[in-house]
Design a protein around this ligand. Structure first.
Ligand SMILES: Cc1cc2nc3c(=O)[nH]c(=O)nc-3n(C[C@H](O)[C@H](O)[C@H](O)COP(=O)(O)OP(=O)(O)OC[C@H]3O[C@@H](n4cnc5c(N)ncnc54)[C@H](O)[C@@H]3O)c2cc1C
Length: 477
């Protein structure tokens, strides 16, 4: 059974290894248009910020290691078309500058996503040398080289999602003056509710990031010298014009599914709709990762959640199924986190905004507390938000922000949501207590105990009523 895999990163190589190990007579061929396989883009901001220096450390496993396993890995090979009737792919070999066709018995589309570029009055990428995405290993190296070689001081990040925030920190580490422009009123607008993202925004501003929220970039203006070294010098938005010597675009991604025909069921953004085994609606074609949907564990709908976590897991499941197993992916909660300097933020399940959009009968609670006992050095603020069923208190979503490992508490909440726990059960969950790590009643217990059934009454974070009420009942630890 011959399997062709389009794309050799998280989803593609997870599947390739499973098929190679589990199938009876495997023949796995990977076509990867880039220069590496098994590349972890998640490391890019830290590479740019000089937290480590060798870009190859972002490669989990080299081409040779896969080939040793018997997987045929073809770098610099782009699949440009798929014929699902004759089961062939058209491949462009960019090193030999030639096209050829190959046949498959089964196909996995694991082509990931392209970084988006804002609609600008003047197309910028073709024209200017000081504009960057941060998606590929090449992007990371180019940005880092530019920062090292050129005398750049004022830099602009467009987009305030996970990558934009991480990128702003990296550029601060490089000693740059950073401006971040975000179209939405809040940072990380799709992932966090304002009670959490406002803490992040305050921290970024305090660290010196010039934050422009609710502002849309309209144009990037630069030198008119078209021959060499044309550079952007001004970012024009709907609210002003700002000088800049470098621009990083981080406004999100679009599924890389252009090579597929209209027979495929897709979301409006182009993501292939797949089931819990990674199967598309087309016979013998699977998909996983940033090019496809994942089933959402709370809502049950097909969502576009472009994260390495889902790509690795659904890639592995698809590989197992393609090798003949009956594995199923339980679903995603979109569990994710971000760090800015010492501050951490993490989220799982649905946000309040999601709950409103879905018309759910929900309630929320926001708790401001401390991460550990008062007397142990290093105590920090911590804020938790829960979103839950107003009737039976089942947990649907959670967000957290704070320092000293606050983000990892989200894993407890992800487990709680997965197991359909109620806020009441969370309130009595036997969580760790020792002075350096938590209070006797951890902030998660407190949040669970404060959450009550009934019509929705979101507690404004600033008033901190829950914490004060709970504190009175907290025995000394
Ligand atoms: C800067 C950055 C930081 C991130 N941080 C995190 C994080 O902290 N946590 C997290 O969970 N996720 C993070 N992500 C997201 C994560 O990297 C992606 O979700 C993950 O890489 C998706 O894996 P994938 O295999 O689906 O797609 P990709 O990693 O995009 O890989 C797809 C591959 O397919 C190749 N390809 C595309 N089209 C074709 C074609 N037609 N023919 C042949 N090859 C093709 C591409 O070259 C690419 O190598 C981050 C992403 C970035 C960019």
């Amino acid at each position: 059974m011959k399997t062709i895999i389009i794309g050799g990163t998280a989803a593609g190589m997870s599947a390739a290894v499973k098929i190679q190990k589990m199938a009876r007579d495997p023949q796995v061929v990977v076509y990867e248009k880039g220069e590496v396989v098994s590349f972890g883009a998640c490391g890019l901001p830290y590479y740019v910020g000089d937290q480590f220096h060798d870009s190859r450390q972002m490669i989990a496993r080299e081409q040779a290691a896969f080939e040793k396993m018997g997987i045929a890995v073809n770098l610099f090979h782009e699949v440009t078309a798929v014929d699902t009737v004759n089961k062939t792919v058209t491949v462009w070999d960019s090193q030999q500058a030639q096209s050829f066709t190959d046949t498959y018995d089964q196909l996995l589309v694991a082509s990931g996503a392209y970084p988006l570029t804002p609609r600008l009055e003047t197309p910028a990428f073709e024209r200017y040398e000081n504009i960057f995405h941060l998606k590929t290993i090449g992007d990371g190296r180019a940005l880092k080289t530019y920062l090292r070689v050129e005398e750049v001081q004022e830099v602009t990040v467009i987009g305030g999602g996970f990558i934009g925030v991480e990128c702003a920190e990296a550029l601060l580490h490089q000693g740059k003056k950073v401006r971040l422009i975000q179209l939405d009123e809040h940072l990380l607008n799709d992932s966090f509710d304002p009670e959490i993202s406002e803490v992040l925004a305050e921290n970024m501003q305090a660290a010196g990031v010039n934050l422009h929220l609710g502002e849309g970039v309209q144009d990037l203006c630069g030198s008119t010298d078209e021959e060499t070294n044309a550079r952007i010098h001004t970012v024009v938005t709907d609210k002003g014009a700002y000088p800049t010597e470098l621009v990083v675009i981080a406004i999100g991604v679009r599924p890389a599914t252009d090579m597929l025909g209209p027979e495929f069921a897709k979301l409006p953004n182009g993501a292939l709709v797949v089931d819990d085994q990674g199967r598309t609606n087309v016979a013998a074609v699977w998909a996983a990762g940033d090019c496809a949907t994942v089933p959402h564990l709370v809502t049950g709908d097909d969502r576009y959640i472009p994260l390495a976590t889902g790509a690795n897991k659904l890639g592995r499941i698809a590989g197992e199924v393609m090798a003949g197993a009956d594995s199923r992916y339980p679903g995603s909660l979109g569990t994710a986190g971000v760090k800015f300097m010492a501050l951490e933020a993490a989220r799982t399940g649905i946000t309040e905004a999601d709950a409103v959009k879905l018309g759910l009968g929900f309630k929320t609670v926001v708790i401001n507390d401390k991460n550990q006992t008062d007397y142990y050095p290093g105590q920090k603020d911590i804020r938790v938000k829960l979103i839950y069923d107003e009737q039976d208190l089942t947990l649907w979503g959670a967000q957290i922000t704070g320092e000293n490992g606050a983000a990892l508490r989200i894993d407890t909440l992800a487990a709680a949501i997965t197991m359909k726990m109620t806020t009441k059960q969370l309130g009595m969950l036997d969580l760790l207590y020792a002075p350096p790590f938590a209070r006797t009643w951890d902030v998660l217990n407190v949040a669970g105990n404060v959450a009550k059934p009934g019509p929705k009454t979101t507690l404004p974070a600033a008033e901190k009523p829950a914490t004060q009420a709970e504190k009175a009942a907290i025995p000394a630890g």
